[in-house]
Structures are given as structure tokens and as C-alpha cells.
Design a protein around this ligand. Structure first.
Ligand code: GDP
Length: 177
């Protein structure tokens, strides 16, 4: 009810991209609803979720888009990227290939999105530390080279999820206001 009556100052579209099964859907569920489900395929077909927050006394509605499995068929379309002011490039830190594919995802993003888009690299599943296949320094180096923000998260344990979204949203705000 409260949200219904709120005056929205800004709507920020942020897209999640990255290989299948890296945890995009669970990161979104954690941020938007503080939920996590082990069997997340129930969420297929959901296009985006919103969360309204206050930044610098302004009401910002974050509209976070999930690929909903499209990436498996290489069918992430330009419509997905249209209007996005932020992007989260997500890899699974226990799957080296999902990190190596970040360059390809970044290239696709840069080909479709606005050139001022704020991009954050996310190494998800940091709760599985013993299975780590991507050293933090490798990800940091890539992020620095490509001018991306970087954070390691766990959607399962809720580590850094809120911080990651707040960081990207406040940097978008800073750019736009
Ligand atoms: P998506 O295909 O990128 O949207 O990935 P999902 O969000 O569907 O997650 C794929 C699988 O990884 C599911 O079995 C999730 O339960 C699991 N998963 C997602 N995030 C985490 C995490 O932070 N830690 C662990 N251990 N598993 C996760």
C-alpha cells in the first residue's frame, strides 16, 4: 500500500547476464524478495522484479531483469538490453568456464547497450569456497582492465547481495543526477 502511493523519482533498469546456472535468478530473488530456492526453475518466464529504495532522498525503483533461461538458447535479444542503465555480469566462482565467458558476455553487452551503462562483475557462490576455481585476483584484474565494479556474493547465504545491488544503483544515480 505504501509503495503504491509513492512518488517515483527514477526507474533504473538493470539487466543480469552470464551463463546458465551461475545464480542470476537466485541473486534477484534474494535482493527483491529475500528468498532463495534450491529448485529455482519455478521462476522461469519471469521477466523482471522491482524493488523501491531511497537514494539521496530520492525514490528509486530498481527494475531488475533476469534472462529467465534465454541464455541457454543464445537467444538474449536486443530488447533485453534496451533502456538498461546497469548490468550485472555474473559468473559462478566454482566454474572457471563461466568466468572465461565473461569477455563474450561483455562484448555482447557493449554491442547492445548504451555506452554509459554501469557494469558490475559478480563472482557468485562464495559460500562454496573450497570449490573455488577463480582466484579473486583474476576477477579483480579483469574488472580493472574493463572498468567494471567487482564483488563476490552468495545468494544462498545472502553475502554481499544487498551491497552489490546498492553499489550499482548508487553509481547509476550518481551518473544520472
Ligand atoms: P541462473 O540460471 O543463472 O538463473 O541460476 P539459478 O539462480 O537458477 O541457480 C542455479 C543453481 O545454483 C541453483 O541450483 C541454485 O540453487 C544454485 N545457486 C544459486 N546461487 C547460489 C549460491 O550463492 N550458492 C550456492 N551454493 N548455490 C547457488
Amino acid at each position: 500500500y505504501g509503495e503504491y502511493n509513492q512518488k517515483i523519482d527514477y526507474v533504473f533498469k538493470v539487466v543480469l547476464i552470464g551463463d546458465s546456472a551461475v545464480g542470476k535468478t537466485q541473486l534477484l530473488a534474494r535482493f527483491a524478495k529475500n528468498q532463495f530456492s534450491v529448485d529455482s526453475k519455478a521462476t522461469i518466464g519471469v521477466e523482471f522484479q522491482t524493488k523501491t529504495l531511497i537514494i539521496d532522498n530520492k525514490t528509486v525503483k530498481a527494475q531488475i531483469w533476469d534472462t529467465a533461461g534465454q541464455e541457454r538458447y543464445r537467444a538474449v535479444t536486443s530488447a533485453y538490453y534496451r533502456g538498461a542503465v546497469g548490468a550485472m555480469l555474473v559468473f559462478d566462482m566454482t566454474k572457471r568456464q563461466s568466468f572465461d565467458n565473461m569477455a563474450k558476455w561483455l562484448e555482447e553487452l557493449r554491442g547492445h547497450a548504451d555506452k554509459n551503462i554501469v557494469v558490475m562483475l559478480i563472482g557468485n557462490k562464495c559460500d562454496l569456497g573450497t570449490l573455488r576455481a577463480v582466484p579473486t585476483e583474476d576477477a579483480e584484474e579483469f574488472a580493472q582492465r574493463e572498468n567494471l565494479f567487482f564483488m563476490e556474493t552468495s545468494a544462498l547465504e545472502s553475502t554481499n547481495v544487498e551491497t552489490a545491488f546498492l553499489t550499482i544503483l548508487s553509481n547509476i544515480y550518481r551518473l544520472i543526477s
